[in-house]
Design a protein around this ligand. Structure first.
Ligand SMILES: [Fe+2]
Length: 405
């Protein structure tokens, strides 16, 4: 069935093919747009045999209606999607929580801003050996524009990426180009410790059908549900083929009301899956795959943050003042202030300390006077619109917030 499907899918579209007009006049040149050709399935994934026992942890971060997943497999570190621009504190938290200082690879499933938005900021803080994308895409410029010297590796279906001795990410899709880029999402399978995880990006029912018709084995234990759990993905036939026991949905119903749709959750439950939605965890779901293949899912447990809080967030002065209301010195290295309206982030430099009872001011480049620290922006706080300042610790926890005045 697989071979038949490959033959069916290859050569359907995309090759330069000078045509003729109906009246026999000037030939019409068909132009191939890179990334829109259907791809034949490589046999690489059929050649591997996962083996050995490995330490495996995955973090499914709460980054709103967006995807950001970290994996530590043995000594290697990986990220699948980078959330939105404002997810950067959470990405750093993911690295801290898994004890990672660099990554072996970043997979970007497709280039919607809720999957690639945080990549630029992440690459300003951390190194990675490669950025992996699919070959098929409507547009990879959003990765090309930020990757610098880091190689981008375009993956065809059937390709594999090794994550240590006896462990591989296997590329199951995309196979067929679809004008709706969600359906060009990179679909990855990870078989480790005798357990199978399937990461679906924003795959919708069209791509699900393509993979099923191509004869891909979609059976899994853990399913990263496609397209934020909306009802235009996770069809009943796809669910029958995947039969997960654990399902993770990256969603936030406040941001997008049809994400984590009740019909999808009901269908997953009916299929026997425990369902976890990232909006229900403060920071991340911490998933472990034991050497025996057992999957456990827990909320990340965090250290208690010091009692640091906002004193004021001034629109007119463009100045934030913080105080340490605790009785011990607070290390603010790697803490963040987020301006929700401006979508701007300030990261406290390493070595920033705030003594017990002390205050610390953070201005912008336009702020008069001598603030202790300066945000590298002319102004941050909107002069007329309401803005919400959020103080975030290096573990991604929201420590305090204040509406600008
Ligand atoms: Fe998305």
């Amino acid at each position: 069935m697989l071979l038949a499907a490959v033959m069916l899918l290859s050569g359907c579209r995309g090759e330069s093919d000078p045509g003729e007009t109906g009246d026999g006049t000037a030939p019409v040149e068909t132009v191939t747009i890179p990334g829109t050709e259907d791809r034949a399935v490589l046999g690489d994934y059929l050649e591997i045999t996962p083996h050995g026992e490995h330490d495996v942890r995955m973090l499914f971060l709460n980054v709103g209606k967006a995807d950001a997943i970290f994996l530590r497999i043995g000594e290697t570190g990986w990220m699948i999607d980078a959330g939105t621009v404002s997810a950067l504190p959470m990405l750093e938290a993911g690295m801290n929580l898994l004890g990672l200082s660099r990554l072996d690879g970043i997979f970007i499933t497709h280039t919607d801003s809720d999957h690639v938005g945080g990549l630029r900021g992440f690459l300003s803080l951390y190194e990675t050996d490669a950025i992996y994308t699919s070959t098929i895409s409507a547009d990879w410029n959003r990765v090309e524009g930020v990757r610098g010297e880091i190689p981008r590796v375009a993956l065809d279906p059937g390709a594999v990426v090794q994550a240590g001795e006896g462990v591989w990410f296997e590329v199951l899709g995309p196979i067929r180009y679809n004008p709706r880029d969600d359906n060009n999402s990179l679909v990855l399978r990870l078989r480790v410790n005798g357990s199978t995880s399937l990461f679906c990006g924003d795959m919708m029912t069209d791509e699900e059908k393509t993979l099923m018709y191509a004869g891909m084995n979609l059976d899994c234990d853990l399913l990263k549900v496609g397209h934020h759990g909306k009802k235009d993905a996770t069809s009943s036939s796809f669910l029958a083929e995947t039969s997960p026991s654990v399902a993770l949905i990256c969603a936030d119903k406040e941001e997008e009301s049809d994400s984590a749709h009740k019909s999808v959750i009901k269908a997953l439950n009916a299929a026997g899956a425990e369902v976890y939605i990232t909006e229900n965890t403060p920071v991340a779901y911490d998933v472990t795959v034991t050497p025996g293949g057992k999957i456990t899912v827990e909320d990340v447990s965090l250290p208690e943050p010091p009692d640091v809080r906002f004193v004021s967030v001034s629109k007119s002065d463009q100045l934030v003042v913080l105080e340490n209301a605790g009785d011990a010195q607070a290390d603010l290295s790697g803490w963040w202030i987020l301006s929700e309206t401006g979508n701007d982030l300030y990261r406290f430099p390493d070595g920033t300390e705030l003594e017990a009872g002390g205050t610390l001011s953070v201005g912008c480049t336009d702020t008069s006077g001598t603030p202790d620290l300066r945000w590298n922006e002319g102004k941050v706080w909107h002069k007329t619109k309401e803005d919400r300042a959020v103080l975030i610790d290096p573990w991604g926890a929201e420590v305090d917030f204040m509406v600008s005045q």
